[in-house]
Structures are given as C-alpha cells and as structure tokens.
Ligand binder design. Sequence first.
Ligand code: HCA
Ligand code: CU
Length: 373
Amino acid sequence: MTTELSTEILDTTLREGEQCYGVFFPVKVKKRIAILLDEIGVDFIEVGHPAAAPSIRQAIWEIANLNLRARLIGHARLDKGEIRLVRELGLRWVGLFCGINEKSRKKYNLSKQAIYRRTADAIGHAKKLGLSIKFTCEDASRTEPGELIDFYEFLALLGVDRMSYADTVGIVRPEDVEKIHSRVNDRVPFNSLHFHFHNDFGSAGENAVKAMQFGAQCIDASILGIGERAGLVSLEKVLAFLNGKNSKEYKTMQLREAAGLVKNCINREHYKNRRFAHKSGIHINGTIKDPASYEPIEPDSAGAKRILVLSKLIGRSGLQTILSRHGFHHAEQDMTSLLLQIKSEDMLELAGPEEICRYFMERGLGRQEVERA
Ligand code: HCA
Ligand code: CU
C-alpha cells in the first residue's frame, strides 16, 4: 500500500451520469456542472459521447469553449468518424474503449485479432488528429488476467496516454483489488491505471478506496454516483477519502451546488427503477445480444425487471428491436427519420410498453397485431 497518495480524479457525471435511467441534463446545466467540477479541481471531466446526440455535441462545444483547467475528454468508439467528431468539437482528449474478452468479442462480432487491429487503427487515427488518448479495457474484471495484461502492454506500446480498468458490471469486491494489484503490477504498473468501478453490488466506493490505497493513478467518479444501472462511486466519497491524504487538495464547497443541480435533473419515478435499466445505445445493443454483457445477474433473481430505455442515446439497431418487440412495421426511411426525431428530443425517456406504443403511433407508425402466447 502507498502511504502518500497522488491519485487523480476523472468525473464522468456528464457522460456516464446521463446514461442513468431518470437523468437528463439541459445544456445550460451541463455547463454549470463543468464549471463547478473545474473549481473543485477534478483532473479530467468526461464531457459526453458526441456521436450519440446533437444536444451532447452542443454541450461539449460550449464546455470546450469555457477554457477550463481540467482536461476534457470526449468518449468515442473505435470508429474514425466518432474520433474525428471529438476533435472537431475542440477537445484535446479522447476516451476510447473496447473489451477483449470472449463476451466482448461476441458483442462486437470480432475476432481477437480484429479487435487488436481496430484498436491500433483507432489509436493511430486519434494521434494523427493530435488527440491525447485514454483507453479503457471494458469489462476488464471479467477478462482473464493474461489476456488483460497482453492488451494493456499492446496499448502501452501504441503510446496511449492513459489506460483504464473498467469493472463494467460491478462485480469486483474490495478484497479483489489487492489480487488485481498482485496480478498486473509486474507488467502493468498499478499506478499507471485508471479505475472505473460500477456499483451493482454496492462495493464501488470501497473498491475505489482500495485502489487509491494501492496507488491507482486515477479514479472515475460521478456526482451522487449516477451512471448506467446502479452507477459508480460518488465524487463526494472520493473527495472525502482523498483530501488530507493526497498530494493534491480538492475543493469541496462547490459540491452542494453541484449535487443540487444533479438532483433537480432526476426523474424520481424512473430513477428508482434504474438498477436493471439500459439506456445508452451501446448498452442496449449489447444487452439484446446477450444480457450478461451489461448485467452481473439476471434481473429476475433480484425481483426486478430489465428495462430498455427509449431516449436520445438509443442507436439504430436498439430502436429496431424496440419497434419490432412492440409489433411495429417500419420502412428503412421511416427508421432514419424516427431516429433523428428521437435524437433531437433532449429529455425524452420512455420505457413502459404503453408509452412507447403511444409515442410510435403518434408518429404515424403502423402496428401489426402481435400474437401473444
Ligand atoms: C459504456 C461502458 C463504460 C465505459 C468506461 C470507459 C464501462 O458506458 O460505454 O470508457 O472508461 O463501464 O465499461 O462506462
Ligand atoms: Cu461505466
């Protein structure tokens, strides 16, 4: 364990936080939150996944023009267009992410070799654009250690600036953090890693504390801990732990206003059902292919229901699945205009079958009688 800590903080309220069921931020609120996070002194602010929706691009553009001290990161898949968008919006850092384990390979329908190739291409492209790179190994906690270390070594060779370990489905327990440390540290120094812990079993906070004690380079957090499903460790908790033990002192006065802004943007009815809700297009697609991609356990076994949320974060194939599950016909051109329409509705968030059907019918989509067993 390290005695004098020098952990940095990456806040992802504006990206991961908006992927939480029941949460949407108007652009103005995002700007204010970014300013407060900057005053607190967080080292990185993940400002959004710009390819997802026009209002996300607008917010990123406006935040990039605030000239904050924090490094601003735009999220992108291993896709040249998505990476270029990050640069065009005035950001200097891109957050790329991809998994390498069998579940991820199935999800992307790619061989390991193909993932390595795409990773190298994406990193090369980002570098050509002058972007600094944070690269996250998605689902690292369900990746065989040898496979994970090989991937990190590959990323290091390609010259990424930061590497992150994502506990995407929140299965790491506090005692596992030491094991991760002892497994990777010889070849991938623990203090060169960021950690992104999800809170599905309520241990994200303790995991983050352990990772900081072992010298993690950076911890991902969000205000009130909001994020997909049960969210992440909260920024409040990370600050309370770090201040006084860390080489850098963070300000906390701004937390009250920041938490108040976030609370005002929460739809309580939705939020209370967030544990098995999937909102980003990437999560919805992954879950449709194999629910285990983004769920640590079956919702049924927790007495809950899986929810696929219709919002501006949805992608084409997720929308297609939701349409056909509700018995709607659609021509290709209808799909394109419907998707554009959904993406332009900043606060839209539908999950119940009735409200989803009403929404589609009001937009002129025809329904086929579905046979029910
Ligand atoms: C996602 C998944 C992610 C990515 C983390 C990261 C995860 O929502 O796309 O890019 O650092 O938990 O694996 O949030
Ligand atoms: Cu996440």
